[in-house]
Write a protein that binds this ligand. Structure first.
Ligand code: BYC
Length: 309
């Protein structure tokens, strides 16, 4: 082992942060980059299901709040694209990989948002699941990713409350509104649980990620944390989690759950979900239609180069 590798191992062992200037194994760099790429694209593609509801929000207040949330998600994508730049990959390259189907984004965003109750379910469950994951990632070993997560988590907790507030209004509203809230929970429950990825035993990247402290808790540990937090929240709403086996287990101290439909998960991850084509086509179109904005920004930066100092 040379002195560079020893220094890297020391950073990991002492729970310090790996910084862009530090030597790191090529496999570590690629590993963080893959996860950050998946995360960044998730934030940006995740704007689509909600963006679709901006013009149909039921009040000015709900429209303003939803707009602010969606803008936050775009901001999170930008922090994460910047993290990827510190690992040597440009934004352009990342977008090219997304458009070519080589880079992933979270499976959850390939499900449709059919009505206003879905805006509640997405904020409550999808952002709720994301927070559980991202709170853990605040302690990830790559410095820029960890610091990005601290900022993102602060905003994400508002997002979860925005969704829960919608669910609360609907669950306490008319009979039809309560039915809509229950229906949204029914459709988003299992896909939200699958956001945490495959079971630990089937997770290709987990063991290396845990060894390098990129991930601090495993897919199954985080998923269980989310279930344990969320079931009582559903009960408070007077709604029922769509899983007859989801019961408190005195022995384990956790809620049980039924097996997941992993065939559906892998189909969605591999491009065959209800909205995969629509999401990517929309991203490509927006990217192409707005090429002139990027060109103008680059031209302006070139023209004013040096004039800001
Ligand atoms: N969806 O070995 P594994 C948000 C892939 S957005 C798709 O366990 P890993 C929001 C995985 O990539 C925030 N693919 O992988 C925005 C790998 O494939 P590759 C979303 C998935 O990386 C707008 C393969 O399966 N949060 O909050 O150790 C509105 C094997 O899996 C998924 C993040 O992105 C999936 N669900 O663990 C509202 C969190 N699961 O790369 C809300 C950041 C697995 O070999 N990411 N795969 O081709 C992570 O924490 C980890 O990457 C995962 C997976 C836990 C997701």
């Amino acid at each position: 082992m040379d002195k560079f590798e020893a220094a890297f191992n020391d950073i990991i062992a002492k729970d310090l942060k790996v910084e862009p200037r530090d030597w790191m194994p090529e496999e570590y760099r690629k590993h963080v980059l893959r996860q950050v790429s998946q995360h960044a694209h998730s934030e940006v593609i995740g704007m689509q299901p909600e963006g679709n509801w901006l013009l149909r929000a039921p009040s000015l207040r709900s429209k303003q709040v939803l707009l602010a949330k969606i803008q936050d998600e775009g901001g999170h994508g930008l922090y994460l694209y910047s993290v990827a730049e510190t690992l040597g990959m440009s934004r352009e390259e990342m977008i090219n990989q997304l458009h070519a189907g080589k880079a992933k984004y979270s499976s959850i965003f390939n499900y449709p948002a059919l009505n206003w109750a879905d805006m509640g379910a997405i904020g409550w469950l999808v952002d709720g699941a994301a927070i559980v994951n991202q709170v853990s990632l605040q302690k990830t070993s790559y410095g820029p990713y960890s610091r990005g997560m601290v900022r993102i988590c602060k905003e994400e907790s508002f997002h979860q409350r925005q969704g829960y507030e919608i669910m609360l209004h609907m669950a306490r509203g008319t009979k039809e509104q309560k039915e809509m809230a229950q229906d949204a929970l029914n459709r988003f429950w299992f896909p939200s649980l699958m956001m945490f990825g495959p079971h630990d035993a089937d997770s290709a990247h987990s063991s290396k990620a845990m060894e390098w402290k990129i991930k601090r808790e495993s897919n199954d540990q985080l998923r269980q944390k989310f279930i344990d937090k969320t079931v009582p929240q559903a009960e408070f709403l007077g709604l029922t989690v769509p899983d007859p086996n989801c019961k408190w287990n005195e022995t384990t101290g956790h809620y049980d759950h039924s097996p997941f439909n992993w065939d559906e998960f892998w189909a969605v991850v591999n491009g065959d979900g209800p909205c995969n084509t629509e999401r990517l086509d929309h991203h490509k179109k927006a990217h192409n239609d707005n090429a002139w904005v990027r060109d103008a920004a680059v031209a302006y930066a070139k023209k004013t180069e040096g004039s800001l100092v």
